[in-house]
Design a protein around this ligand. Structure first.
Ligand SMILES: [Zn+2]
Length: 235
């Protein structure tokens, strides 16, 4: 049987309901403020981040590149572990030994860790093989020993070639283009920051591109298009 409430009890119950209503309203208000605040933080983040270099298109591009990391053992000659603080350019080299594979080149660098001199010390961040495979020997936040004074602010790529003329195979060329595009995107660089080793001095490196201005110009033009194409691919 339902209890019959006295007048006093009714009053109490009414008061309780009023409090409950107030509490619910306060909770709802708090929730709305919280949602608004989160939205505001998100907007502010977007406003101030201005696309950090590593965001656009980079992750999916990197996956496609299929890079094998075979980092050199840290040593004073080929992997001194000096930090590469800011990447301002990309320098392209060739391995010079016709028919050498990417892994062989990496192992050659590794062998230089003993009985080397500062003159014979040689390494690169990335080596592209004749089948287009990419081996990374040095993390991109450390310097490589490839480009003299520009070791301090550049990433070095070298590529394998079947013949002494230094011409890359079609697969090597393709990987070189893709890797350079990816690095340009990652560090916010344009084709103007991509140089041949020969552009730094009198080395004939990479021989094929150093000897044939037209081929190099064509590569840079393709690079320019590729970098431009992926520019809007934000995710
Ligand atoms: Zn070189």
């Amino acid at each position: 049987m339902a209890k019959v409430l006295s007048k006093e009890e009714w009053k109490k119950r009414k008061k309780l309901y009023a409090y409950l209503k107030l509490a619910a309203a306060a909770l709802l208000a708090l929730l709305i403020v919280l949602i608004l605040l989160i939205g505001l933080i998100k907007v502010a983040k977007n406003l101030f981040s201005k696309g950090t270099p590593d965001t656009p298109a980079a992750p999916s591009m990197k996956q496609e590149l299929n890079i094998t990391e075979l980092f050199l053992t840290p040593n004073v000659y080929t992997r001194p572990q000096n930090s590469l603080k800011e990447v301002k350019g990309i320098i392209i080299h060739y391995v010079a030994g016709a028919g050498t594979t990417a892994v062989e080149t990496r192992n050659y660098y590794e062998g230089l860790k003993v009985n080397s001199t500062s003159k014979t010390a040689e390494s690169c961040h990335f080596i592209i093989g004749s089948d287009g495979e990419i081996v990374q020997c040095i993390p991109t936040d450390e310097i490589a020993c490839a480009s003299g004074a520009r070791n301090e602010d550049t990433i070095a790529i070298t590529f394998c070639h079947p013949q002494a003329d230094g011409e890359p195979s079609a697969q090597t060329y393709d990987s070189l283009l893709k890797l350079t595009t990816y690095l340009c995107k990652t560090y916010g660089l344009t084709k103007d920051a991509v140089l041949r080793h020969s552009d730094l001095g009198d080395q004939l490196c990479p021989k094929y591109f150093a000897q044939q201005e037209g081929k190099w110009a064509a590569f840079l033009a393709e690079l320019d298009t590729a970098v431009g194409k992926t520019a809007g691919e934000k995710k």
